[in-house]
Design a binder for this molecule. Structure first.
Ligand code: GLN
Length: 189
């Protein structure tokens, strides 16, 4: 198994370190041909408008959509989750997106960078007990479609993790913790 990490912008290195720790082969994906070598793909956290623009410039949007349509598992963390959503709320109108999951991502739903926080979070079917979830200028997920399983909610009910078949979205950053269980779960998809 070789796991690709989209390496255009964001916390690429942290995902690579986590995956190497789990013991899988990794590949940085910057060009369409790099997708040929990977079985699954992670879209890291970062800045979704920047990553989206670079996805367009490097002609990666259609090749990624085609691979996911053909069954390749994909996981987006934070900005990556925004890029997976069919609809982006509070984004830029010209923001390019992969639009793969039937959900709305509300950008910067907690406010500024100062409103970043950590919380012990239950993630249904993914971790036993709780995961220390790191939220950094995070989005929220809203209006999940009928095919979308909600995996985690904050105490107020806001959705922060969801899965649609082989497509996984988390508004938080497991790659910034010592807890590799969400990465291990992604490898089972
Ligand atoms: N606020 C960023 C965005 O909208 C996401 C932040 C993150 O990935 N930690 O793209």
């Amino acid at each position: 198994m070789t796991v690709g990490v989209l390496a255009l912008q964001g916390d690429v290195r942290e995902h690579l370190v986590m995956l190497r720790g789990v013991g899988v082969a990794v590949r940085e994906v910057r060009l369409p041909r790099h997708l040929d070598d990977v079985d699954r793909l992670i879209i890291p956290g970062g800045e979704s408008t920047t990553i989206g623009k670079l996805l367009g410039i490097y002609h990666l949007i259609e090749p990624i959509r085609q691979r996911v349509a053909a069954g390749m598992p994909i996981w987006g963390t934070c900005a990556g989750a925004i890029l997976l959503a069919k609809t982006i709320a509070d984004g830029r109108s010209d923001q390019p997106t992969l639009g793969l999951m039937d959900v709305t991502a509300r950008r910067n739903a907690f406010g500024s960078q100062l409103e970043s926080f950590e919380v012990d979070l239950a993630i249904d079917g993914i971790v036993a007990g709780t995961h220390r979830a790191v939220f950094i200028r995070a989005p929220l997920l809203e209006q999940p479609g009928a095919d979308v399983a909600v995996r985690a909610r904050l105490a107020d009910g806001a959705i922060v993790a969801a899965q649609q078949g082989h497509i996984l979205a988390t508004c938080f950053h497991p790659e910034l913790t010592d807890d590799d269980r969400v990465h291990r779960y992604f490898l089972t998809l």
